[in-house]
Ligand binder design. Structure first.
Ligand SMILES: [Zn+2]
Length: 196
């Protein structure tokens, strides 16, 4: 039996994906061996997580009410790129060529898992779209869930705004955040649209 504090740490670490009892124990002992400074960094970064919230406008992760992209008026607020998760924004930002803003659905429609459109950040998207909106780019993974979600949004937005979809290039079943910047940039350039 280890001291309670250590048992608690092992138990908490086991909640991480792919971490079993043995690995959790190894991690806990590693942390135990760290010097005070290193441990303080870990504690501070874990405490900092509490301040992370979803941007009120786009749903991206943010340390304030509005994320840095929505706050940046050098970006074209009238071009909205719809992605499924915040990590996709990181992939698209890595291209260094997209100047519009984003909208994060925070999920994809998956009826077999019970994830329905009303559970996604779609209402906020509808509220954002107005006469000044030039284009909505659907940049979701080319998976079944991604295609289902894109189709749903296309139908929903048809007649209201120009909707475009990324060109192929990202392998079917692949994920945006694994695509390299060049592939992603090509998919953006070659996007096809339905005029409103
Ligand atoms: Zn935002």
């Amino acid at each position: 039996m280890y001291p309670n504090q250590l048992e608690n740490l092992i138990f908490a670490l086991q909640r991480l994906p792919g971490v079993g009892a043995k690995t959790a124990e190894r991690y806990a002992f590693t942390i135990l061996d760290w010097d005070a400074e290193k441990r303080k960094d870990l504690i501070a970064s874990l405490n900092g997580i509490d301040q992370i919230q979803h941007c009120e406008i786009c749903g991206n992760l943010s340390s304030g009410k509005i994320c840095s992209i929505c706050e940046n008026h050098n970006r074209n607020q009238n071009i909205i790129c719809v992605v499924s998760y915040p990590k996709d924004i990181v992939a698209i930002e890595n291209m260094q060529s997209y100047e519009g803003v984003y909208h994060v659905l925070n999920g994809l429609i998956n009826t077999s898992k019970g994830i329905l459109p009303d559970m996604l950040n779609i209402n906020a998207l509808l509220k954002r779209i107005n006469e000044e909106t030039e284009e909505v780019i659907l940049a979701v993974d080319p998976t079944i869930e991604g295609e289902t979600t894109a189709l749903y949004l296309e139908k929903l937005l048809q007649g209201h705004v120009k909707v475009s979809k990324l060109a192929h290039g990202i392998p079917v079943g692949g994920h945006l955040d694994y695509a390299d910047a060049r592939t992603l940039a090509k998919a953006f350039e070659g996007r096809s649209s339905n005029e409103k």
